[in-house]
Design a protein around this ligand. Structure first.
Ligand code: URA
Length: 226
């Protein structure tokens, strides 16, 4: 269960040296996370680092009980170096507030830490990360989760859900219930906020947003009960 050892043995063996030293003390998750973030600035585990501006690492309290995972940074996140600060992030913030979840209390990260895009004139169009890019980047996500040890992880969208489950899944097949993860914590799956921005028709968009907030409310209630 979360809260036993700070970093389980297998993850610790695989950790970069700097992060390993901090994590082993068991007292300093913040230092371990900061060291891991520093390591990730030079990540070359897949080719996505080349065209991207920078690695966009997770952010939030090192002892957060709730951890959110998106797909990958978007255009604005790539420039700013922070996750979920663009349009999808603003929608996420609004939904979190409506669901009674304080963003400052959660750890927010992505399955893939570099922006993947197709250049189109001056614009950079989001391109979905493939399985090998997601798999390569899971190395970082596993270690973020091993340090933070959240009680509940929320997957925003199918890419995040697949990364966390290690198998492909659909939102409809996994939404709205707790899924046990190997470390004893829970995974909850919901839609990605970018999907909500693209839903055609005002009524349908409002309904999908309402369902998203309802998912977040259920997560808040579940967390309070754990
Ligand atoms: N979409 C994501 O999945 N993550 C971000 O950080 C921004 C947009």
């Amino acid at each position: 269960m979360p809260g036993a050892a700070l970093v389980p043995g297998a993850e610790l063996r695989e950790m970069p040296m700097v992060a390993k030293a901090a994590a082993r003390t068991g007292s300093n998750a913040r230092s371990a996370l900061d060291a891991l973030r520093e390591e990730a600035t030079g990540c070359r585990r897949c080719p996505l680092w080349k065209p991207a501006t920078q690695t966009v690492f997770g952010e939030g309290p090192a002892d957060a009980r709730l951890l959110f995972v998106g797909e990958q940074p978007g255009d604005q996140e790539d420039r700013a170096g922070h996750p979920f600060v663009g349009p999808a992030g603003q929608l996420l913030d609004r939904a979190l507030a409506e669901a009674g979840i304080d963003r400052a209390a959660i750890y927010v990260t992505n399955a893939v830490k570099h922006f993947k895009f197709e250049p189109r004139g001056k614009r950079r169009i989001h391109s979905k990360p493939n399985a090998s890019e997601t798999e390569a980047c899971r190395w970082w996500l596993d270690r973020e989760r091993a340090i933070v040890r959240p009680h509940v992880t929320v997957a925003l969208g199918a890419t995040a859900a697949q990364s966390l489950l290690g198998r492909s899944t659909t939102i409809s097949g996994s939404r709205g219930r707790a899924i046990a993860l190997e470390d004893g914590s829970e995974l909850w799956v919901t839609v990605h906020p970018s999907f909500l921005l693209r839903v055609p028709g005002e009524d349908r968009r409002a309904e999908e947003y309402r369902l998203f907030v309802a998912d977040l409310e259920r997560v808040r209630e579940r967390l309070a009960a754990l």
